[in-house]
Design a binder for this molecule. Structure first.
Ligand SMILES: NC(=O)c1ccc[n+]([C@@H]2O[C@H](COP(=O)([O-])OP(=O)(O)OC[C@H]3O[C@@H](n4cnc5c(N)ncnc54)[C@H](O)[C@@H]3O)[C@@H](O)[C@H]2O)c1
Length: 246
């Protein structure tokens, strides 16, 4: 029997990168997976790669859209066992160049989106002793030059995860975060460093080992979402090849 037979998982950010790899992995282990993303074509690509996946076009910055998407998952599949907050946006800039739009978008997707989806999913997860997993980042655990808004949002995800874990400590719900280091995804491939940067400020977060692959994060997500991780609650788990160790 596969680890997720009979279980329903909903994943934001499933159209690309870590979200796509996680959808493929959970589907391969028996889950019914539904992807939530703004990128409709990307969701189609993930569904093809995963063999089967339900898709809902959803902007996680929109509270009503998050609630409607979660209700649709439960209406279609009868339950919700695993919710993954994986969608995220990142941008590298000098502090003076950050516009109101840049700041608002990063907060809306990376922080508000995680909270609205958690708020919508938790009542259903509580019914089945389910699992909520948020994707934070090494950027939420250390200060990185030229990514101050992104670091601020991922730091918020780290402590939101802990606070949710405490609020639901006496239930069967498990809430955890994964903090990846650099992962080879379109987010990194399209990453543009600003001009006139001091590379010595970036040495501490480049790392000494190779970048992770999306499948590395997906494999850990699958473990964390499974019953094998039943005692893991309120944890921020680094998958960063040692980046934040020293
Ligand atoms: N790639 C890395 O090096 C790395 C490292 C640490 C953490 N992370 C985090 O991992 C998560 C996944 O990133 P990735 O590298 O797979 O990036 P990616 O760009 O490949 O995927 C991000 C997905 O989020 C979706 N998305 C963006 N805005 C959205 C919105 N408003 N509503 C719904 N979906 C939206 C995109 O369409 C895309 O499918 C993000 O939270 C990111 O911050 C990535």
């Amino acid at each position: 029997m596969a680890r997720f037979d009979g279980r329903v998982a909903a994943l934001t950010g499933a159209a690309s990168g870590i979200g796509r790899a996680t959808a493929i992995r959970l589907a391969a282990e028996g889950a019914t997976v539904v992807g939530l993303d703004i990128d409709e074509a990307g969701l189609v690509g993930t569904a093809e790669a995963a063999g089967s996946m339900g898709s809902i076009v959803c902007d996680v910055a929109d509270r009503a859209a998050c609630h409607a998407a979660v209700e649709q998952v439960v209406a279609d599949h009868g339950r919700l066992d695993v919710f993954g907050n994986i969608a995220g946006v990142a941008r590298s800039q000098h502090v003076p160049d950050v516009t109101l739009e840049d700041w608002d978008q990063m907060v809306a997707v990376n922080v508000s989106g995680v909270f609205w989806c958690a708020q919508a999913a938790i009542p259903h997860l509580l019914k089945v002793d389910g699992v909520l997993i948020n994707i934070a980042s090494n950027a939420g655990l250390m200060g990185q030059a030229y990514t101050v808004p992104y670091c601020a949002t991922k730091g918020a995800v780290v402590n939101m995860t802990r606070a949710l874990a405490m609020e639901y400590a006496k239930t069967g719900l498990r809430v955890n975060a994964i903090a990846p280091g650099a992962v080879q995804t379109p987010l990194v491939d399209n990453y543009q460093l600003p001009e006139e940067i001091d590379f010595s400020l970036m040495a501490g977060y480049i790392g000494l080992r190779e970048m992770s692959r999306p499948a590395d994060i997906a494999a850990f997500f699958a473990f964390l979402a499974s019953d094998e991780a039943r005692q893991v609650h309120g944890a921020i788990l680094s998958i960063d090849a040692g980046l934040t160790a020293g």
